[in-house]
Design a protein around this ligand. Structure first.
Ligand SMILES: [Zn+2]
Length: 405
C-alpha cells in the first residue's frame, strides 16, 4: 500500500517537473573559485527535486535588504526530518532546499542588523546559526518565547522554494531574512555548531523531564535507544552531573560509544529474550534496582511499550522518540501507569531559550572531555549530497554532515 502511494507521488512529481522549466545553471565556472573574501555572483544549492534525488542548482545571490544577513555556509547536519523528506516528502515541499542544522559565517549584513536574538553583537566574520523564523514579529528574542517550542514556526531548510532559493543550509550561501532568530556562536568549533540543533532537542527533553520533579543528580536513569538523540541525551545527563546512567540498544558499537559519552553501564537488548528478561537486565545493570527515570529515544512503538517495565513504582518517563507518527503502542494502563504511579512527559523540538542553553552545554561537555564530535561519523561535500542521504538511510553511521571546504 505504502509502495503504491510512493509510486503515485513520484509520478505526480515527475509530471509536475515536466511542466516546470528547469533552471539552467548559470556560469558555474564564475563562482567555482571566488577570490578570498569576495562574494561570488551565484550560489550552489542542493535542491530536492524528486523523491530520493537532489540536483545541484546554481542561483544568483540576491541583493540583501536592510534587515537581512548573507551567510557563507560552512556545514550542516543531515537530520531524521531530512531523511523523511528525502524518502517520502511528508511535508509536500518538493522542490525544496533542505538543511536546518547548518552554520556559517556572516559575509554581508543589512544596515539594521546589530545584534543576535540573545542580544549579542553581530559583525562580519561572525559564525552563526538560525533557529525559528518569526515573520510577523521580528522583534522576538529568546527572552520572550520561553514556553513556545518550534512547532508552528518556520525554520530555514523546511521552507517552500521561492524566487530567492537560498532558503536552506544545504547550499553555499543562505539569506537570513529579517524576522529570523539568529545566534552568534563564534566561540564554538564547526563540529559543535553542526550539533547545536540536535542537542537543543535534548536540552528541551531534559527540561521537560525536570518538570516531573523525579530526575535528580543521584537518580538511576535509563536511556533507551543510542542513535544520535539517545547518545546526546546521555552526554547532557553526564554534563549536568547525573552519574548513574544505563544505555539500552541493540548495537554494541553504539553502546560502547554511550560509555564514552557518560553511561555507567549498558544493556544490549539482543542478549535477552522477552521484555521481562530485558527488564531484569536493566535492573542488574543498576545493581538490583529499576530506573527512577527513563528517556525513550527510539521511534519504535514496541520500545515505548517495553520501557515501563524498566521503571520503578513512582518513577518518571520522558518520551521523545516520536518526532513523526510512528504508529500506536500497546500498553497496559493499569500495570504500566496507574498502579506504578508513573509520571510521563512528552517532548518535541525546542524553544529559543533551549538554544542558548545548548551553547553552554556544548562548551561544558567539551570541558569534561566528552567526545561529542565523534557523533559526526561521515562528512560529505555538497555535490555528494545524494550519497550523504543514502548513507544516512543505511544507518551505518551516526550523524552525517555536509561540510563545505
Ligand atoms: Zn533536525
Amino acid at each position: 500500500m505504502e509502495m503504491n502511494i510512493e509510486a503515485i507521488v513520484k509520478q505526480v512529481l515527475e509530471e509536475m517537473q515536466g511542466k516546470t522549466p528547469s533552471a539552467a545553471p548559470s556560469a558555474p565556472a564564475a563562482s567555482a573559485a571566488p577570490a578570498a573574501g569576495s562574494i561570488p555572483k551565484t550560489s550552489r544549492v542542493a535542491m530536492l527535486t524528486a523523491l530520493e534525488h537532489y540536483d545541484i542548482k546554481e542561483y544568483p545571490i540576491p541583493e540583501i535588504g536592510d534587515d537581512d544577513i548573507l551567510v557563507k555556509v560552512e556545514g550542516c547536519g543531515v537530520c531524521g526530518t531530512d531523511a523523511h523528506e528525502f524518502k517520502r516528502d511528508p511535508f509536500g515541499l518538493i522542490p525544496v532546499v533542505l538543511g536546518h542544522e547548518g552554520t556559517g559565517e556572516i559575509v554581508k549584513m543589512g544596515k539594521n542588523v546589530k545584534k543576535d536574538s540573545a542580544g549579542k553583537a553581530l559583525a562580519l566574520g561572525d559564525k552563526v546559526v538560525t533557529c525559528m523564523i518569526f515573520k510577523d514579529d521580528p522583534e522576538i528574542t529568546m527572552f520572550d518565547l520561553n514556553k513556545q517550542n518550534v512547532g508552528g514556526a518556520d525554520v530555514y531548510g523546511l521552507l517552500p522554494d521561492d524566487d530567492i532559493h537560498l532558503n536552506g543550509w544545504f547550499a553555499d550561501y543562505l539569506v537570513i531574512r529579517g524576522g529570523s532568530s539568529v545566534f552568534n556562536v563564534s566561540d564554538l568549533d564547526l563540529d559543535s555548531r553542526i550539533l547545536i540543533e540536535p542537542c537543543a532537542v535534548l536540552i528541551h527533553a531534559v527540561e521537560r523531564a525536570k518538570t516531573t520533579g523525579i530526575l535528580r543528580f543521584n537518580s538511576r536513569v535509563v536511556v533507551q535507544g543510542c542513535g544520535p538523540i539517545g547518545l546526546i541525551c546521555i552526554a547532557i545527563l553526564k554534563t549536568m552531573g547525573v552519574q548513574n546512567i544505563v544505555a539500552v540498544d541493540g548495537e554494541q558499537k553504539r553502546l560502547d560509544f554511550a560509555m564514552e559519552l557518560g553511561a555507567s553501564a549498558t544493556v544490549n537488548f539482543k542478549d535477552f529474550k522477552g521484555t521481562e528478561a530485558l527488564a531484569g537486565g536493566v535492573k542488574d545493570a543498576f545493581g538490583g534496582h529499576l530506573a527512577d527515570f527513563a528517556f525513550q529515544c527510539t521511534g519504535s512503538p514496541v520500545a515505548h511499550a517495553n520501557i515501563y517495565k524498566f521503571i520503578r513504582n513512582g518513577g518518571g518517563l520522558c518520551e521523545l522518540g516520536f518526532f513523526i507518527n510512528g504508529g500506536d503502542a500497546t500498553i497496559n494502563p493499569h500495570f504500566d501507569i496507574c498502579s506504578k504511579e508513573i509520571t510521563i512527559v512528552g517532548s518535541w523540538v525546542y524553544t529559543l531559550r533551549d538554544y542558548a542553553t545548548t551553547f553552554d552545554f556544548l562548551k561544558s561537555a567539551k570541558a569534561i572531555g566528552l567526545p561529542l564530535n565523534k557523533l559526526i561519523t561521515h562528512k560529505f561535500p555538497l555535490d555528494q549530497i545524494n550519497e550523504a542521504h543514502q548513507t544516512n538511510l543505511a544507518m551505518s553511521g551516526l550523524k552525517i554532515a555536509i561540510v563545505n571546504e
